[in-house]
Design a protein around this ligand. Structure first.
Ligand code: MD3
Ligand code: FE
Length: 211
């Protein structure tokens, strides 16, 4: 019955973006995640971190979990106390840890137990320049990223900055998992475009095993 099909989304729900980079489309319902972020930011507010180069990030960040990612004039590192408040980071919500473990498992990584949920907040105009993440102790552990809110374009390069960029559109509820050699790859996020609702934002949860 072809007439019943037009509402179905023809996009596959699982895409191999590159070797060891898996996109799980619509993997999670995000309303409970937004609630959890609202709770986290009451004790650990979003802030625009300083970079070692003297700039300030356009993306605002906070963390939940035993350790949090931090940047200032002295460099990038994980810290177990929030430098802004002097208090430990808010505990990782059980729903976050469960989601990260399920997504990692769906991409073939068993027993992923993150100790850091880095929460990124993008308003229209914010972007994340090309970089790679290697401050984590065991690069054999995967990274799980969850997109919430406005759509964005994630850009995957690969082993070097000079590799051809591979744009990956990510939408609310999409989850990306990196492991193996892809774990050390270069990536970034293009400047966020405003949605129909000018107050709308994008959040991204990045689950890491830092220690
Ligand atoms: C791939 N965040 O916080 S998703 C980051 O959408 C970051 O906010 C982006 O890059 C965002 O560092 C992209 C996550 C991501 C994080 C770490 C990775 C992708 C990765 C490490 C290796 C490969
Ligand atoms: Fe990153």
């Amino acid at each position: 019955m072809q007439a019943d099909l037009p509402l179905a989304d023809p996009r596959p729900d699982r895409v191999a973006v590159a070797d060891q980079v898996v996109l799980l489309r619509g993997f999670v319902a995000t309303a409970p995640l937004r609630e959890a972020i609202a709770t986290i930011e009451r004790s650990a507010p979003f802030r625009h971190l300083a970079t070692p180069g003297g700039g300030r990030m356009s993306v605002a960040m906070t963390n939940a979990g035993a350790v949090g990612w931090h940047s200032d004039e002295n460099g990038y590192r994980y810290v177990d106390v929030d430098p802004l408040t002097g208090a430990p980071w808010p505990a990782m919500p059980a729903a976050f840890a469960d989601l990260a473990r399920r997504a990692a498992a769906a991409a073939g990584h068993r027993d992923f137990v993150p100790d850091c949920a880095l929460v990124n907040r993008y308003v229209p105009g914010a972007q994340m320049g090309t970089h790679r993440d290697f401050d984590e102790r065991d690069l054999g552990q995967p990274i799980v990223s969850v997109s919430i809110g406005l759509p964005a374009t994630f850009v995957w390069y690969g082993a070097t900055r000079g590799d051809p960029p591979r744009p990956v559109p990510v939408m609310d509820g999409d989850v990306l998992v990196w492991g193996g050699r892809a774990r050390a790859g270069y990536h970034g996020v293009r400047r966020l475009r405003a949605g129909a609702d000018p107050t709308a934002v994008r959040h991204n949860l990045t689950f890491r095993r830092a220690r």
